[in-house]
Write a protein that binds this ligand. Structure first.
Ligand SMILES: *[C@@H]1O[C@H](CO)[C@@H](O)[C@H](O)[C@H]1NC(C)=O
Ligand SMILES: *[C@@H]1O[C@H](CO)[C@@H](O)[C@H](O)[C@H]1NC(C)=O
Length: 241
């Protein structure tokens, strides 16, 4: 027998699904290695994350919108990571299959410090310069647009990154949903993020750290394959990017 109370509860669930449906949820973890992270979807574009992950652990979780080249994404982020973690606008395209990141902040590991990444120049967007990097392993292309000053909150004009990748010779395919995410690997942290809301007041920016020592990376506007990073020592390459 279906009780009236159950019907009410079902209606409430449907209503809350409907009211949060303007945002899409992204929540991926790599199985048993990522058991200790907690993703909570709150009202509207807000979500929280808490994590402590060991070697090999990995999650990519957040909220976002239906893919659209002209997305202008506001977000507010209280983001406190240690170890290897990124705060990014993130998504995939199909044909070609591309995983892309507009990296706004990270803990201690700049994705471009990994071996096998090619530098594709700079472009400007939303008050800062971003570095373009890519890695292609023969199956999946990864594109990075890494802000040269880390920030936690603001506005991301996605078309600027999209157009810069294409102008640099990095093709984009059909856009899937596009999210503000936190990626966490080995390390710990917490985050409280609201997609769709820009912080009020001044947004603090700090120089983006890097461990690479690459002479060809100078702040020019040139776009196109420019150079590969020097091979870094094996022990520095402990993270998947
Ligand atoms: C799992 O993570 C939470 C917070 O993120 C932490 O309080 C807890 O101690 C962790 N558990 C283990 C087994 O590491
Ligand atoms: C982003 O925030 C700005 C400033 O508050 C606002 O003018 C704009 O409409 C917002 N855009 C979106 C897409 O939320």
């Amino acid at each position: 027998m279906v009780s009236f109370k159950n019907i009410l509860a079902t209606a409430a669930t449907l209503f809350s699904l409907a009211s949060s449906q303007q945002f899409y949820i992204q929540n991926w973890g790599n199985g048993e290695k990522a058991t200790n992270y907690t993703y909570k979807s709150l009202e509207g574009g807000r979500f929280t994350l808490d994590w402590i992950l060991g070697a090999g652990g990995n999650f990519v979780s957040g909220k976002g919108y239906r893919g659209n080249k002209n997305l202008v994404v506001n977000y507010t982020a209280n983001y406190n990571p240690q170890g290897n973690s990124y705060l990014a606008l993130y998504g995939f395209t199909s044909n070609p299959r591309v995983e892309f990141y507009v990296v706004e902040a990270f803990a201690e590991h700049n994705p471009s410090d990994n071996t096998g990444h090619t530098f594709f120049g700079y472009h400007n967007s939303d008050g800062a310069q971003y570095e373009l990097w890519s890695k292609y392993n023969g199956d999946l292309r990864q594109y990075w647009s890494v802000r040269r000053t880390n920030r936690r909150g603001g506005t991301i004009t996605f078309a600027n990154h999209y157009n810069a990748w294409v102008a640099a010779g990095l093709p984009m395919g059909g856009l899937g949903n596009t999210y503000i995410v936190v990626e966490g690997q080995q390390g710990r942290g917490n985050a409280d993020i609201t997609v769709g809301v820009r912080p009020t007041g001044t947004i603090k920016e700090t120089p983006t750290p890097t461990t690479r020592s690459q002479v060809c990376v100078t702040p020019t506007q040139t776009l196109g394959p420019i150079c590969r990073p020097k091979k870094v020592k094996k022990e520095e390459v402990q993270f998947k990017a």
